[in-house]
Design a protein around this ligand. Structure first.
Ligand code: TPP
Ligand code: MG
Length: 377
């Protein structure tokens, strides 16, 4: 039998980095963009970072319970990709979802109140950290089952295409962004979704936020051809790109034409978005599976520091203004926390609301199972 091990490189660093934009390239990119846009991206990334720092503190103080996955380090991905679509385009993601919700326009107070388990939260405090949802901003969650959002991404793209082409008799004009982690690549549902997207010409872009780890498992240990995951798109005839996810300018530069191509052709795409999570997998992860040196190496590529330095070098930002934005986002998050604390926990009357069983009402007769108070086994 042929050895498939030859497909893996010998000692691939984890996670693999991508060619970074040089100083001149960055300056040219900055010059090509409206100043307000770049300022907005910087502020958004800083808001997400501050939101996550305060979330971690509140979690440690036991104000937030349940699972909680922090997005620090990956801010440029949500901000740069969402900047490349329109507010009408659907977005769906996994459980590391606070950054996407905020970048999509959710008010931080609804996001924070959800984390605090309060009725004012976007899911009435019944979903928590992993289940942000904001229909008004076309943000469809927030999903805790690894890979489960990928068939939903295909479904959302099918829905927009059907509405545009069949109901409205127009050209398909929407693009869905479906985010997933590198670990999700090994889930069956992801492959079925890619197959359907390719087969049915669905305008969905699968963005793998490749932070190199699935919990404590490095991509090279858990995933075949982990050094070149775009080959997993080739297998389905889906176009792909590798993007520096630690640089918001590169993310936008590379995503914008890809989004427009998918919009025009009504075809799917796949992105290997190289990034790094600066914190643990979840709040209970001591990070023993990676070295301090590796973490330090990636922290040098901090997306906020990279953008702010580039802006300062190009006379688009001053140290004072940078500090001022820091103050503003701290205030915004403080207010979100204050609002969340003032919001009440959901009452008992909420228990059976928004759950499927409500539609049919309680069972009658003897078919009620014991766990629901019935007397039959
Ligand atoms: C179907 C399923 N299997 C296992 C888990 C447990 N689990 C939660 S997160 C995770 C790792 C996923 O890693 P990745 O997709 O790379 O995303 P990241 O956490 O790096 O953002 C696993 C295995 C789950 N939630 N769902
Ligand atoms: Mg990962």
């Amino acid at each position: 039998m042929q050895q498939s091990g030859s497909m893996q490189p010998e000692a691939e660093p984890t996670p693999p980095q991508v060619q970074q934009a040089g100083r001149d390239e960055t300056s040219a990119l900055l010059a090509s963009l409206p100043m307000d846009t770049v300022n907005h991206w910087l502020r958004e990334m800083m808001l997400i970072r501050e939101f996550e720092v305060r979330t971690m503190q509140a979690y440690q103080d036991k104000k937030i319970g349940g699972f909680c996955h922090i997005y620090i380090g990956q801010e440029a991905v949500a901000v740069g990709t969402i900047a490349a679509i329109t507010p009408e385009d659907p977005v769906v993601t996994a459980y590391r979802d606070h950054g996407h919700a905020l970048a999509r326009g959710m008010d931080p107070k609804y996001c924070m109140a959800e984390m605090y388990g309060r009725i004012g939260g976007c899911a009435k405090g019944k979903g928590g950290s992993m289940h942000m949802f904001d229909k008004a901003n076309n943000f469809f969650g927030g999903h805790g089952i690894v890979g489960a959002q990928c068939p939903l991404g295909a479904g959302l793209a099918f829905a927009t295409k059907y509405r545009d082409e069949v109901i409205n008799k127009e050209r398909s004009k929407h693009v869905t962004l479906c985010f997933l982690g590198d670990g999700a690549l090994n889930q069956g549902a992801v492959h079925e979704a890619k197959n359907l997207a390719g087969l049915l010409d669905l305008p969905v872009i699968y963005i793998v936020e490749n932070n190199g780890y699935s919990m404590g498992t490095a991509i090279s240990r858990g995933t075949t051809v982990g050094h070149e995951i775009t080959r997993k798109a080739d297998a389905y005839g889906i176009e792909s790109a590798v993007i520096d996810g630690l640089d918001v300018l590169s993310v936008y530069r590379d995503m914008k034409p890809l989004v427009e191509h998918c919009r025009q052709t009504s075809r799917p795409a796949f992105v290997d978005m190289r990034t790094y999570r600066f914190k643990g997998h979840s709040m209970s992860d001591p990070r023993k599976y990676r070295t301090k040196d590796e973490e330090a190496q990636y922290e040098l590529l901090d997306p906020i520091a990279r953008l702010s330095k580039a802006m300062i070098n190009n006379q688009m930002l001053t140290d004072e203004r940078f500090k001022q934005i820091g103050k503003e986002v701290r205030q915004e998050v403080r207010e979100a926390i204050k609002w969340s604390v003032a919001s009440k926990p959901p009452g008992k009357d909420e228990l059976y609301k928004d759950v499927y069983v409500e539609k049919w009402g309680p069972y009658t007769g003897t078919s009620l199972p014991e766990m629901l108070g019935g007397d039959e086994s």
